[in-house]
Design a protein. Sequence first.
Length: 286
Amino acid sequence: MTITITIANEKGGVGKTTTAVNLAAGLALRLADDGRDARRVLLVDMDPQVHALLAVGYDRHEEAAPVSLANLLTETPPPSIQRLIRRSQYHPNLFYIPSDRAAMIRAARELPTLMANETRLQKVLAPILEEYAYIIIDTPPNTGDLLINALVAADHVIIPVETSYLGVSGLIELERTIEQVQTHFKPGLDILGYLPTLCEEHRSEAREILLEMQARYKKQLLPSIHKTSDLAYAHSSHMDVFTYRPPRARSNEQIASSSRATREYAALVEIILKKTGAKTRARQGK
């Protein structure tokens, strides 16, 4: 059974892409030892900026071919998704769908005019659901049909939240959007957790925001991701943090590293495996 997780926040610069890339890479790393096709992970970048794809297929993320993710979303019937999927640069069981910035901008404009415009990604992914353990979807920083499609296609949502007053101010609108999707399309859509990002706990503002989030979200609050140079350098090097700062040890239970960023995203991976019930299945498959 495939588990689809959308990373969403209607505010930009809060760590959505960083989280999507590193969660996908971390899951791929943890599941790689199984060896079965169902241990594969797929990354879908619904943001027209296609920054997530820079970390998994740099120089190959924008296909020169006329067919890409935008065609899957706008053509009726859509082209074969199996033929589009590519293997990532650093992890043999991590895959992605090539995208194109200009085409995705056109797709965002065209989608509102199409029939069943909110469910097109869900229908496109349906034929390959049994081939992947996880599908991770990155989203644009605004409300629109690209975000709605990503939510409708998901089982769970992770909401990265910058630990600043501006970072939490826009959450109400996103929560309303999720409620609308639950009401009209996906009653079982679940907020898997709120993820504090870009955290600098030496700043009083960040500490206050964390306390507020702990009170507001309680069991839905995920462990913080701190602002570190490793995340910035990994992004500028077009790779995930697990590739940029590889773990010094890996077992079925944990990923160990001297890098704080690697450790924190590894911890997030373990939580997601536990929350989604995939950890037990991974062990049984060995």
